[in-house]
Design a protein around this ligand. Structure first.
Ligand code: 13P
Length: 255
């Protein structure tokens, strides 16, 4: 069915030297996990460490992703990175992370442009959606997350949609140590996210798209998420920076 995908979002952590050290600590165990064919493993370092990380995992089934991209392919866009630059060294790209929405002006519209650009240049988007605490407490999760999904997939064909990965990351669970419950995340993914995808496309497409959970995933709680039928892996922040923790999380995906 859907192959789970476990991705480590390093956020703005690890110098090039530290990235090399972490990859060297992860490589053998993660190679075994990815080579089993039962899960995909992706490392998403900061831009500047991507070439180094890509070189270190080149002869392994471990994949590399970026944490953002710009939608134009070149030109006067100081400080931005183009999809044509990333696809030389990456297979994946995280788009619309809540930290980018919160601190860097990412909008539903820019997320959609970036998804289209990624697909046009053979990068697999990992599109992040999720409600904040206030929205959660006000019972707006379905409306907020459903709208984010519809906006991200605007004008994306059914065939392209199938290749997109979604990460459901409730903002209140990110970096807080307060993860969602497995059944709670499962319900949002099954009803709200797959529901929106079924409205946009059809039930078969909604069932084919991989949806990860993210937000305070640890070796301790990960089994609860991977046991849920609607959850196809995890997008891991803090625990992906600690070799033993990320290895344990990746192994849990194939157990
Ligand atoms: P934490 O795992 O640190 O909560 O971060 C989740 C996240 O934002 C991954 O993209």
């Amino acid at each position: 069915m859907r192959t789970p995908i476990v991705a480590g979002n390093w956020k703005m952590n690890k110098t090039i030297a530290e990235a090399r050290e972490l990859v060297n600590a992860l490589r053998d165990e993660l190679t075994r996990v990815a080579a089993s064919g039962k899960a995909q493993v992706v490392l998403c370092p900061p831009f500047i460490a991507i070439p180094q990380v890509a070189a270190l995992v080149k002869d392994t089934p471990i994949k590399v992703g970026a944490q953002n991209l710009f939608w134009e392919v070149k030109g006067a866009f100081t400080g931005e990175v183009a999809p044509t630059m990333l696809n030389e060294v990456c297979d994946y790209v995280i788009i619309g992370h809540s930290e980018r929405r919160q601190y860097f002006g990412e909008t539903d519209e820019s997320v959609n442009k970036k998804v289209q650009a990624a697909l046009a240049h053979h990068l697999i988007p990992i599109v992040c959606v999720g409600e904040n605490l206030q929205q959660n407490e006000a019972g707006q999760t379905q409306a907020v997350v459903g709208a984010q999904v519809r906006a991200a997939f605007k004008e994306i064909s059914r065939d392209d949609a199938r290749g997109i990965v979604i990460a459901y990351e409730p903002i209140w669970a990110i970096g807080t140590g307060k993860a969602a419950s497995g059944p709670g995340a499962n319900a949002v993914i099954g009803l709200t996210i797959r529901g929106a995808l079924a409205d946009l496309y059809d039930e078969a497409t909604a069932q084919a798209i991989r949806v990860q959970y993210g937000g305070s995933v640890t070796p301790k709680n990960v089994a609860e998420f991977f046991a849920q039928p609607e959850i196809d892996g995890a997008l891991v922040g803090g625990a992906s920076l600690v070799a033993a923790d990320f290895i344990a999380i990746c192994k849990a995906a194939v157990e």
